[in-house]
Design a protein around this ligand. Structure first.
Ligand SMILES: *Cc1c(COP(=O)(O)O)cnc(C)c1O
Length: 413
């Protein structure tokens, strides 16, 4: 993204050299609290000692083998363990490298499934306005944020879109439009792709569980696959293991990355139902998609340890008390002048300064005000948000939320 080319928010970026829990240490010895868990990745905090040990242990044994006709223990066991924590009906696991490739794999599975079933006309994808599903061409084609689409407009494939009208019940209208699309054009649609409950990159916009459940029913009625992109929402971010769990929804395909290795290595997974799996069995029907690093042994060892820590430390049980503190802080922030659309769900809290949007001036002012308070974050334009590590100690969380409040006051003064 642009940040690799130039630093969006002057002055020059910090040089981080160390991490521990929710803390990041700079080259010159200052300590920041990490608001963002490194873009919702370090769900267990930085450098969790069990994850570092699991990585080192596996590195001594075997760093790489592919899954091309062979397997290795951690990939096989990880697949079993993922199925055990997945929403009902997801019984098969495809490994890849990051969130974008997890989505890319889901797109291609959906497309080839209908071809294999002699229904090649079912080749369209539906995605929402404001959607973000990653950076590769397929995933970016689903993307509905204009500033990310425009530079690549000539090569992205066209989706069917449920438009986002704005207004009080915008999502009600979005999902009614989605249901209309499914009724009228379901025969040409391969899949609907959704960020469940939170549209992250377009500004941490949150919608009700009932809409996700209704989308599931509508997909089933028109025999369209439902792909949920839990790259951001998964691993407890919204309060349950998966946002789908909150809505009681069982998708056909589920994409996970970010929290999957808790930031230790890039690795991802696409989970699928038995129906998907069966659709690729038999001569000439194999899924024509695979990655060099599928089921990478180091990543698989770390991802298994992540799940073990979630079990042993009951990480999800720790979310509710932290979520309550975030909600209380956001309620206090909602009373400040110049702040709009304050919202929170689980361990995500967000508010718009000014009118929101990607090009406002309050976001950069807030970034500076927060940095001076030792808080690391990166607003999405004028939207400020927090998604700290799920395991952040309560005392640090309180510091962070107080700092958030004060930095907003300063930025909107
Ligand atoms: C971050 C993100 C992606 C892309 O993941 P990468 O690992 O950056 O490729 C896809 N979908 C959602 C919802 C995300 O938040």
């Amino acid at each position: 993204m642009t940040t690799h080319l130039l630093n969006t928010y002057a002055p020059a970026p910090e040089v981080f050299v160390g991490g521990d829990g929710a803390e990041l240490r700079t080259q010159d010895g200052r300590v920041y609290l990490d608001f963002l868990a490194g873009i919702a990745v370090s769900a267990l905090g930085h450098n969790h000692p069990r994850l570092v040990r699991a990585l080192a242990r596996q590195a001594e044994l075997l760093c790489h083998t592919s899954l091309a006709g062979v397997t290795h223990e951690n990939a096989a066991l990880l697949a079993e363990e993922m199925v055990a924590v997945a929403p009902a009906g997801l019984s098969r696991v495809f490994f890849s490298d990051d969130g974008s490739t997890a989505v890319e794999a889901a797109i291609k599975m959906a497309a080839q499934l209908w071809r294999n079933a002699d229904r090649p006309e079912k080749s369209r994808f539906v995605a929402l306005d404001g959607a973000f599903h990653g950076e590769t061409v397929g995933a970016a084609s689903l993307g509905g944020i204009e500033v990310f689409r425009r530079p690549f407009a000539g090569v992205l494939f066209e989706c069917l879109r449920a438009p986002f009208p704005g207004g009080d019940d915008a999502y009600g209208e979005v999902f009614r439009a989605l249901e209309r699309l499914l009724r009228e054009r379901g025969h040409e649609i391969a899949a609907v792709v959704l960020e469940p409950l939170v549209q992250g990159a377009s500004g941490m916009r949150i919608y009700p569980e009932s809409y996700l459940a209704a989308a599931r029913r509508a997909c089933t009625e028109s025999d369209v696959l439902l792909i949920v992109d839990e790259v951001f929402t998964g691993y407890g971010r919204t309060g349950a293991m998966w946002a789908c769990d909150l809505a009681g929804v069982a998708p056909d395909l589920l994409c996970t990355a970010k929290g999957f290795t808790a930031g230790v290595l890039p690795m991802a997974a696409t989970l699928a139902t038995e129906r998907l799996y069966d659709g690729f069995r038999g001569p000439g029907r194999a899924l024509m998609h695979g990655h060099t690093f599928c089921g990478h042994p180091l990543g698989a060892a770390v991802a298994r340890e992540v799940l073990a820590i979630y079990r042993d430390d009951r990480v999800l049980d720790g979310v509710a008390p932290r979520a309550a503190r975030i909600a209380a802080a956001m309620a206090r922030i909602a009373t400040l002048p110049g702040v709009q659309r304050v919202r929170s769900l689980g361990m995500v809290g967000a508010a718009d300064l000014g009118d929101g949007g990607y090009h406002g001036a309050a976001g950069p002012r807030f970034y500076d005000a927060a940095r001076r308070r030792g808080l690391y974050l990166r607003p999405l334009g004028d939207t400020v948000y927090v998604c700290p590590p799920l395991t952040i100690p309560l005392a640090e969380l309180d510091l962070l939320l107080d700092g958030l409040h004060d930095a907003i006051v300063e930025a909107t003064a």
